[in-house]
Design a protein around this ligand. Structure first.
Ligand code: FES
Length: 173
């Protein structure tokens, strides 16, 4: 039996409040004894916490009885896992077939260049995160990105800086 609770009410910086901690422990309990289900457990842990910082990786590793190095290896290998919280503006770029043939890779390239991050990452100031997704359901309008709830259709690489600047301005108020 592992020590299920420690550091309750800790004043240290943590991604885990008590509700998230309880939900995370429920996920771990569900997969305990099934070390082959590590990816599923991490996926659910990320849904609970929003991302997978080291403290979550440690808790999952200890809870499932797998080496931390294995957990870290999985988290860093798969693009769907993130070790950083998502940005205040969450960018999703569609790389479905229709968007792809209309130039989504060039839009992605420009986004990565302007933001200084690659897909799956978050800018250091926490403003933008960038993810690649499959089909946003607006195939006739490709290439399409969404930023939070906003849809930006028929996006050309040259328009990317202006679009990002509008969100930076909005963030400054
Ligand atoms: S393929 Fe991009 S919205 Fe469907």
């Amino acid at each position: 039996m592992s020590q299920a609770t420690c550091c309750k009410g800790s004043a240290h910086g943590t991604a885990l409040d008590e509700a998230k901690l309880a939900a995370l422990d429920a996920v771990i309990a569900k997969y305990r004894g099934s070390p082959g289900a590590l990816i599923s457990a991490l996926h659910e842990a990320q849904e609970v916490v929003g991302y997978l910082p080291q403290e979550v990786q440690v808790r999952v590793a200890e809870g499932l009885g797998v080496p931390l190095s294995e957990v870290y290896g999985v988290v860093s290998f798969y693009a769907l896992f993130s070790m950083k919280p998502k940005g205040r503006f969450k960018i999703s770029l569609c790389k479905g077939t229709a968007c792809y043939v209309r130039g989504a890779p060039h839009v992605l390239e420009r986004l990565e260049k302007e933001l200084g991050i690659t897909a799956g990452d978050t800018t250091d100031d926490g403003m933008f995160s960038l993810d690649v997704v499959r089909c946003l359901g607006a195939c006739g309008l490709g290439p399409v990105i969404t930023i939070n709830e906003d849809v930006h259709a028929r996006l050309k690489p040259d328009r990317v800086p202006g679009v990002l600047e509008a969100y930076r301005r909005a963030d400054r108020g």
